[in-house]
Design a protein around this ligand. Sequence first.
Ligand SMILES: *[C@@H]1O[C@H](CO)[C@@H](O)[C@H](O)[C@H]1NC(C)=O
Ligand SMILES: *[C@@H]1O[C@H](CO)[C@@H](O)[C@H](O)[C@H]1NC(C)=O
Length: 379
Amino acid sequence: MLFPRHGLLGPSVVSLLLIGSVVADDARTRARDALHTLQGWYNPQSGIWDTCGWWDGASCMNTVADLAALDPSVMETARYVFSNTFNVGPVSNPHPGPEHKTVYTRDNQLSTPVNASLWLDQAYDDDGWWALAWIAAYDVTKEGTYLELAEGIFESLVNAWGTNCGGGGLPWNPTSRYVNSITNELFLSVAAHLANRVPDRKQYYVNWARKEWDWFTAQAFIGENGTINDGLLDNCQNNGATVWSYNQGVVLGGLVELNKAAPNDAYLPSANKIAKAAIETLADANNVIHEFCEPQCLPDGTQFKGIFIRNLRMLQEASPHDLYRKVISSCANSIWNNDRNEKGQFGINWAGPIVAVVDASTHSSALDALVAAVAVSGT
Ligand SMILES: *[C@@H]1O[C@H](CO)[C@@H](O)[C@H](O)[C@H]1NC(C)=O
Ligand SMILES: *[C@@H]1O[C@H](CO)[C@@H](O)[C@H](O)[C@H]1NC(C)=O
């Protein structure tokens, strides 16, 4: 049944005009319920969610922020998470990193200087996730410290610029030569987000975002059918490794933000091409997105699809396509109807039936789809 919460009204009573708002209310209630369930895993001592690792924790926090931006009634929960995680989160950092050589503070007048190095863990992609999460927290709170932290994290990534492939881009981590997609997509997205939020350094961030995108497109990350593979071989050729959903996602949000900061006729068409190729590869006949590792994804793989949908929603808002709206609402509806256990928790297979493992990572990833559905419902 499509509208169980409103079943008593009966379809004849619900005017066509009302249907849009009924769908929106329903989407909101579902997302709110699912946030409540997610908070059952939040650990005030660790600042992240039990059963969900370090960078996945950043992704969870991003989801909470995205919902708070759409639904003021969860703002209190979101503010609590941000401030608690800001204070205690670094205790969960698995490999406090040496990659940040100096403490970066943008404004020495601040009473609480931000030590970004506490958030670095010797994996540049993990650093990027935390930068995006703090930007999302800044967006809903306008708390300058969060933005400053993201800037500090980005500065440490700038220090890592320059690989053996064309002399640009970032390697995966300080001790590896592997040049992978996600690290570079994150660098693009963080730079582009900062360009739209730090007016006095806008050009600096635009320059880095452009530099990354120009380098990225000159490399072999994008495969023959337009999807993005995991990374490059030592000789800088495409390594043909798994087309993970998050690699089709982060780049979309990055290009949307870059196009906003420094419009260019090529950015959104590039994003649309990747999004369509990704949907062709990853969606089933009912427009529900899958990961190649299903149903037995390793812990990180359980997080990816939500990230794809989170970024597809950004593209939908900048460059609407009926296909994107359909994918987002189909995923959200399918999760709710087919991939939910009696505790209200969501699993990895959004098409259902729900299979183990069910944890904060599978749940928060699915919540991303519910949040995106709130954003696009009624459009
Ligand atoms: C910032 O954190 C790093 C890593 O824990 C530490 O080595 C450094 O002393 C800290 N700097 C400041 C100014 O607190
Ligand atoms: C596109 O190529 C990737 C391999 O790079 C493959 O996994 C995927 O299935 C292809 N998509 C389609 C629609 O054939």
